[in-house]
Design a protein around this ligand. Structure first.
Ligand SMILES: Nc1ncnc2c1ncn2[C@@H]1O[C@H](COP(=O)(O)OP(=O)(O)OP(=O)(O)O)[C@@H](O)[C@H]1O
Ligand SMILES: [Mg+2]
Length: 353
């Protein structure tokens, strides 16, 4: 277990600024999800950590010690790649034990450690098989067991689940989180799948063009995005945007609802009813109304995505209610003011209102 710090870290490949000035502190035992689009520098950052690349500028500290010049094996870092990179002609046992053998451990110790790692990943029954005789999900566990067997201080994972089908992937995600908590290894997990980042990360760092746009707890990233890049990258579907004068209004699809849902008819129980409360702005329940032209309704089982426009802006609503919304018609929709985020139109940076 270890604390990791990056200070002014840069990696340029010629004129390509793969990593362009990153300052980051990862706490001991933390699970940090590194989220960003293709080419944003995630893998390069992992390779810098692991010592597979050397920085153009800046430092990497593990438990306060600068490891810039330390060779990969001495950093106490293990890495799991997207391609599991198992040795095809070695059994699962031999794959997992390989790093220990290189270290020159005796047979008895090797056996104990392999059994510990295999137990953790629930692959104890596969030890005698060859990689060609196990499933993709099992291969991925073998790769993780191999990474853990030396008890690394830091575990780096670069899209380790992206080769798995959706269901296995979801299960693997749950297990990953459990064993990471169990052994408390500081983990940096690269993904461009935001659901994975939200579900796994204690914190999420969102990368864009070699820099970190925002770092924070999943809720914070989702609800309080620092700019239009983060707001537009996180969320499926992402935040809706409407340009108004010099400001961009942003709101999440699930906060954009038909007026009849957000502004129910007058309650028989109180004078003025809910409508009165809404108008009075109690508890931030003020609303902004829009004419929403509905273009397409996509039924996804437990919810529906309603695609349409407000003026020139393409907008999506995520609805669980079964209202009749006809394609081609205009409908009154609204958003609570509380759910609207404002961004500067020139640079996309969040404006606090
Ligand atoms: N060895 C290299 N030489 C030159 N350019 C490189 C090298 N490695 C990476 N790059 C460039 O650096 C940028 C960041 O690449 P990187 O692989 O870190 O992105 P990534 O975020 O991992 O993307 P993905 O999600 O597609 O894996 C890209 O523009 C890439 O082309
Ligand atoms: Mg990558």
């Amino acid at each position: 277990m270890a604390k990791v710090e990056l200070i002014g870290l840069k990696k340029y490949f010629g004129h390509v600024k793969a990593v362009d000035g990153i300052d980051l502190e990862i706490k001991d035992g933390e699970f940090l999800a590194l989220l960003g689009p293709s080419g944003s520098g995630k893998t390069t950052l992992m390779r810098l950590f692991a010592g597979l690349e050397s920085p153009t500028e800046g430092s990497i500290l593990i438990d306060g010690k600068n490891v810039n010049d330390a060779p990969p094996r001495e950093r106490g870092i293990a890495m799991v790649f997207q391609s599991y990179a198992l040795y095809p002609h070695k059994s699962v046992f031999k794959n997992i034990s390989f790093p220990l053998k290189v270290e020159g451990l005796n047979k008895e110790d090797i056996k104990k450690k392999v059994e510990w790692a295999a137990g953790l990943l629930h692959i104890g029954h596969l030890l005698e098989r060859m990689p060609s005789q196990i499933s993709g999900g099992e291969k991925q566990r073998v790769a993780i067991a191999r990474a853990l067997v030396r008890r690394p201080k830091v575990l780096l994972m670069d899209e380790p689940l992206s080769n798995l089908d959706a269901k296995v992937r979801h299960m693997a995600r749950e297990e990953l989180k459990l064993f990471q908590r169990d052994i408390g290894v500081t983990t940096i997990y690269v993904t461009h799948d935001q659901a994975e980042a939200m579900g796994l990360g204690d914190r999420i760092a969102v990368m864009n063009a070699g820099r970190i746009s925002q770092i924070g707890a999943p809720d914070e990233i989702y609800n309080e995005p620092s700019d239009t890049f983060v707001a537009g990258f996180v969320g499926i579907p992402p935040m809706n945007f409407i340009e108004k004068d010099n400001v961009i209004l942003g709101f999440r699809p699930e906060t954009f609802l038909p007026a009849e849902l957000i502004n129910p008819p007058i309650s028989p129980f109180s004078k003025g009813g809910l409508r009165g409360i809404l108008k009075g702005g109690m508890g931030g329940l003020d609303i902004m109304k829009f004419k929403f032209r509905i273009e397409r309704v996509e039924n996804l089982g437990s919810y529906r995505l309603v695609y349409g426009t407000i003026g020139e802006n393409k907008i999506i609503s995520n609805l669980s209610a079964r209202l009749v919304l006809k394609e081609g018609e205009e409908h009154e929709f609204c958003v609570r003011l509380n759910d609207i985020r404002y961004f500067d139109k020139n640079n996309g940076v969040r404006i606090k209102k």
